[in-house]
Design a protein around this ligand. Structure first.
Ligand code: PEP
Length: 248
């Protein structure tokens, strides 16, 4: 199996102000050399990307964005931010298709795929989020829903992507799937990626996201096929996020 460097990504969502960017410097200091064996990414709100990128200059922490426009070309799109602009500000990865955007902003897998394509066109790695709702899990539809989301959200071209499995019901709460359940879905996702990309699928990192914290990170990272995590709340404070990173 191809060796995949783990990626631990923090999604700051609509939290934080410029004063909180100091958490990034504190994180760099706490994790020290760990940042060499694990890729560490922080995705602040778009307005703070440039300042955050300045904070990590000379350090191994990467800065990313939480969303981008599906439109790649500069054009009259009031309020939109293109992937190229985010890259210009210092973003190296862009989260697309987070369940909050799928649910609260009505984003379809088709739109998510076009955003991922826009990110790739800008030379930025899209982190494509997929995951089932509680009702879908209870109805035994996890493989059907997640498989379809992967098939429809992942661009046809270019395996330079990351996929994040984030069960919607596990985000922002206290519950997570069992370790065998996480393993099962990660295996499914890699199988679907292999249908599209063949052996290249072995290089694609598949993250787990949903209530990862300092207490459960180590056991989640021990699951076969889990190549890191997408972390919400616990990425906001350097001490918590560092504990997760150091658990890898
Ligand atoms: C997320 O929103 O992507 C997430 C995983 O959040 P949390 O870690 O807070 O559950």
């Amino acid at each position: 199996m191809a060796a995949r460097k783990p990626l631990i990504a923090g999604n700051w969502k609509m939290f934080g102000r410029s004063a909180d960017l100091g958490e990034i410097a504190a994180l760099a200091e706490t994790i020290g050399p760990a940042s060499g064996v694990v890729d560490v990414l922080i995705c602040p709100t778009a307005t703070y990307i440039a300042a955050a990128a300045e904070q990590v200059r000379g350090k191994t922490i990467l800065i990313g964005a939480q969303d981008c426009s599906a439109i790649a070309d500069d054009s009259a799109r009031t309020g939109e931010i293109s992937a190229a602009m985010l890259a210009d500000a210092g973003a190296r990865c862009i989260i697309v298709g987070h369940s909050e955007r799928r649910t609260l902003h009505g984003e379809t897998s088709d739109l998510v795929r076009r955003k991922a394509e826009a990110a790739l066109a800008a030379g930025v790695t899209p982190i494509i989020c997929v995951g089932e709702t509680q009702a879908e899990r209870e109805a035994g539809r996890v493989a059907e829903i997640v498989g379809l989301q992967v098939r429809e959200s992942v661009p046809e071209q270019g395996a330079n992507i990351v996929v994040a499995y984030e069960p919607v019901w596990a985000i922002g709460g206290t519950r997570t799937p069992t370790l065998p359940e996480i393993a099962e879905v990660h295996t499914l996702i890699r199988r679907v990626l292999a249908e599209r990309f063949g052996d290249q699928a072995n290089a694609i990192r598949i993250l787990y996201g949903g209530s990862v914290g300092p207490k459960n990170a180590a056991e989640i990272f021990s699951v076969e096929g889990v190549d890191g995590a997408l972390v919400g709340r616990a990425s906001l404070k350097a001490a918590d996020f560092a504990a997760i990173i150091l658990a890898h």
